[in-house]
Design a protein around this ligand. Structure first.
Ligand SMILES: C[C@](O)(CO)[C@H](O)COP(=O)(O)OP(=O)(O)OC[C@H]1O[C@@H](n2ccc(N)nc2=O)[C@H](O)[C@@H]1O
Ligand SMILES: Nc1ncnc2c1ncn2[C@@H]1O[C@H](COP(=O)(O)OP(=O)(O)OP(=O)(O)O)[C@@H](O)[C@H]1O
Length: 288
């Protein structure tokens, strides 16, 4: 038996450059993991069956689950004659812009690499992962990174300056494909990725706050006005800077001083479904 932690991510910046012939968009994203995590339990079984066990009604327990896809890919690619029961203890809100499913897939790949003694490197696991979803490669490494391509090309960055992150998720789920489909490339407000990278490299908290930006935000805000309300509310209650993560609808606020965190959290309760106060994990964790 084996336990793996699968942390959520936020996008400190997300730029969309153009649409590619394969239908995906070329992106430039600065991503970082936070200490809100799903727990994944992997139990080896006789036979070759892969089974997903989850008590969250929004999480599919069949081949649509990204953790299932991860196990299936690994089993086929490396001709593994073993089965596994995958129990997902869900903490990360689903369809939230926090890469919950992608992180479960990455955690499953890392865990099975051990359980099935495959001895694959992180780069090899990331390559398998990138066939499952654009965020899976990043989730293999965790920490902080600049992600390019369709999100699967990862360059490690140093840990951002320490701070609190307040996450607020309204009671709607958002489909990433929908948001990309509604994006009008000629109207995109591009964040300055280079400045965000520089702020992180210099440990400049103010610079990180000033350069938060997400090209998908205005699309989601237009479709779901409640996201804008949460942004305004978070700002009003004293977050240093506020942005939507990924394709949304989760909004995050950066807060430098612990003394201010409770005020922001309390200001949001009642306004939205789920509120969390977490820390940025900063650097990469070991493989498994
Ligand atoms: C919004 C982000 O979460 C930011 O981290 C990611 O870009 C999305 O990552 P993801 O959920 O792993 O996305 P995927 O499962 O790979 O793709 C879902 C859908 O989003 C669109 N998509 C995704 C990534 C990308 N670079 N361009 C796209 O156009 C495609 O329509 C795709 O069919
Ligand atoms: N292990 C999983 N956990 C949650 N959702 C999953 C999982 N596997 C598949 N899904 C499906 O994927 C959809 C998107 O869920 P997920 O939580 O990964 O979105 P997300 O946080 O927006 O991801 P991203 O930020 O990578 O776009 C869900 O609606 C669900 O049907």
């Amino acid at each position: 038996m084996m336990m793996v932690k699968a942390p959520a991510k936020i996008n400190l910046s997300l730029d969309v450059l153009h649409k590619r012939p394969d239908g995906f968009h070329e992106v430039e994203m600065v991503m970082t993991t936070v200490d809100l995590a799903d727990r994944i339990e992997l139990k080896e079984t006789k036979g070759t069956r892969i089974r997903i066990i989850s008590h969250d009604r929004f999480v599919p327990s069949d081949h649509r689950n990204l953790a299932y896809k991860a196990a299936d890919k690994l089993q086929r690619k490396y001709n593994v004659k073993k089965g596994v029961d995958i129990t997902i203890h869900k903490q990360i809100p689903v369809a939230a812009g926090l890469a919950g499913g992608s992180s479960d897939a990455a955690g499953t790949l890392k865990g099975l690499n051990e359980l099935w003694t495959l001895n694959l490197s992180a780069d090899e696991l990331a390559e398998v992962g990138s066939e499952i979803g654009s965020d899976v490669a990043f989730c293999i490494y965790g920490g902080t990174a600049l992600a390019t391509g369709r999100g699967e090309q990862i360059q490690e960055l140093p840990a951002p300056p320490k701070c609190w992150v307040v996450l607020a998720k309204p009671s709607i789920g958002v489909s990433t494909a929908d948001i990309y489909q509604n994006l009008k490339l000629d109207q995109v407000k591009h964040p300055d990725t280079a400045k965000m990278v520089q702020a992180i490299e210099e440990g400049d908290y103010q610079g990180v706050c000033e350069n938060l930006g997400n090209a998908l935000e205005s699309v989601t805000l237009q479709l779901y006005p409640e996201v804008k309300q949460i942004k305004d509310q978070m700002q009003r209650f004293g977050a240093d800077a506020v942005l939507m993560s990924g394709s949304g609808p989760t909004v995050f606020g950066l807060v430098q001083y612990e003394s201010k965190v409770h005020r922001v959290v309390n200001g949001l309760r009642g306004f939205c479904d789920q509120v969390f106060a977490v820390r940025i994990l900063g650097s990469r964790a070991p493989l498994a």
